[in-house]
Design a protein around this ligand. Structure first.
Ligand code: SAM
Length: 371
């Protein structure tokens, strides 16, 4: 069993992201000050970092959904093993006397208990520890808690964390005021842009941009813009972070040279209008251009293409002609790399250098890197 010392100068964190994209997100966490970042489970990275990384990740990390501060981990074969992890915690470093909390548990594996059992046992253990340590009972609020304690039980291992992000995942960006029918997750768009890895002077194009998520995330990454999540992250209420650490550190890199050349196109003029509106809310409208164009016909003038193709699932449209013509436009262009999210990569007839299996709902999709 190990309990993490919250007075130490490095803490242990878990970060959640899109399954399959952990290595790219881990690289971003490392850039932001993390070390030893590794995939712990599908969609979950573990790493170490100084406490100040919490504010930095919430301001700049474009690929992470939640940042969880690890409190304790250990082997578990019973509920008692999990509550023993809570007994070892210094509750006053985590919860203020008036702060409410909720426990959420995720369990995978063969156990004699279910997730709700973990939630009530850990909740009770927190109440008991708080009573023993400071004589007060913290309020439980399952709907709108100040802090969420998340417990992960995977086979024989349990990890107790406090969620520094809170109720709402960071993939929900405030800029997305105009929603397209099938928008890609901004965190996934950010990972795709990083997979494309363009040089600062290279032209980046999304020929089927919908409401503009890929170009917006690309511009925000290139310009090192802050994330604007829909809700204030929970870390500001976390007792273990002092005021200095919770103040958002300015992490901006100095960018020299011309602004990035990033463009989006879509056949649907309404999608183009939505993309412009979202870009305005994201504060990157001056950097981006969005135009109406048919990807089957318009020649691709780009060094790098990053796009999310229609799957043809929700509509009856035959996507074969679109895929065939788009692949032809790509082949005749001088684009050096394309990063494409699709459920029908087979229709492109292009050999990927890397293929990352993904899921959207029940649909199996993939990100293809084509060089
Ligand atoms: C999966 S959506 C892209 C979603 C986008 N990544 C977003 O976050 O909103 C596919 C887009 O392809 C566009 N599209 C379909 N056929 C097209 C064509 N021939 N040329 C350009 N765009 C096309 C659709 O209008 C739709 O916006």
């Amino acid at each position: 069993m190990s309990t993490h010392d919250l007075t130490a100068d490095r803490w242990r964190f878990l970060a959640t992201t899109n399954r399959g994209l952990e290595d790219i997100a881990a690289a971003e966490l490392t850039e932001l000050g993390g070390s030893d970042a590794e995939t712990l489970y599908p969609g979950m990275i573990e790493f170490a970092a100084p406490p100040a990384v919490v504010s930095r990740v919430h301001a700049y990390c474009r690929q992470i959904h939640r940042l969880l501060l690890e409190l304790a981990r250990g082997r578990c074969s019973s509920l008692a093993d999990i509550t023993a992890l809570v007994d070892s915690l210094d509750i006053s470093r985590i919860l203020g006397p008036e702060q409410s909390f909720a426990v959420r548990a995720q369990r995978r594996g063969d156990h004699s208990f279910e997730s709700p059992d973990v939630e009530s046992a850990v909740g009770q253990a927190i109440v008991d520890a708080s009573r023993a340590q400071r004589g007060t009972r913290p309020p439980v609020d399952l709907d709108d808690p100040d802090l969420i304690v998340r417990v992960f039980v995977r086979e024989r291992r349990a990890i107790v964390t406090v969620d520094t992000t809170g109720q709402y995942s960071l993939h929900r960006r405030r800029y997305r005021v105009a929603e397209h029918a099938a928008p890609i997750r901004p965190t996934m768009a950010a990972s795709m842009y990083r997979l494309a890895d363009p040089d600062p002077d290279e032209r980046v194009v999304d020929p089927l941009c919908g409401c503009g998520t890929v170009p917006i995330e690309a511009a925000a990454t290139a310009l090192d813009r802050r994330i604007e999540p829909v809700h204030e992250p929970a870390f500001r209420r976390l007792r273990a972070l002092d005021a200095d650490e919770s103040a958002i550190s300015d992490h901006r890199r100095q960018r020299d040279g011309a602004p990035p050349d990033i463009r989006g196109f879509d056949i649907d003029p309404e999608a183009v209008a939505d993309a412009r509106e979202n870009a305005r809310h994201a504060g990157v409208a001056d950097t981006l251009s969005f135009e109406t164009a048919d990807a089957r016909q318009r020649p691709i003038a780009a060094d790098v293409v990053v796009t999310d193709l229609p799957f043809g699932v929700r509509t009856d449209d035959d996507i074969r002609p679109l895929y065939a013509d788009f692949a032809e436009r790509l082949a005749e262009s001088d684009c050096r790399r394309a990063v494409i999210h699709t459920a029908r990569g087979d229709l492109l007839g292009l050999e990927p250098t890397r293929r990352i299996e993904m899921r959207r709902g029940r649909l199996e999709t993939a990100i293809l890197v084509i060089d």
